[in-house]
Unconditional design. Sequence first.
Length: 72
Amino acid sequence: MDVKEQIKTVVEKIAKDKGLQEQFQREPVKALESILGVDLPEDIINQVIQGVKAKLTVDKASDALDAIKNLF
């Protein structure tokens, strides 16, 4: 299983869906399993959760910087 590919898939879906964003914040395991459609082993699911959180944080920071740049 390619964890990076799973992270990419999840981030794309969560970024587009406010409901999934909220579910991921409340119940990340259930959110991932519903998006991916599989029950992942504990070690894999934790890697995907951490990767998704990191990617979403980076994307939000990038969006904030872009907004600031547009002010000037």
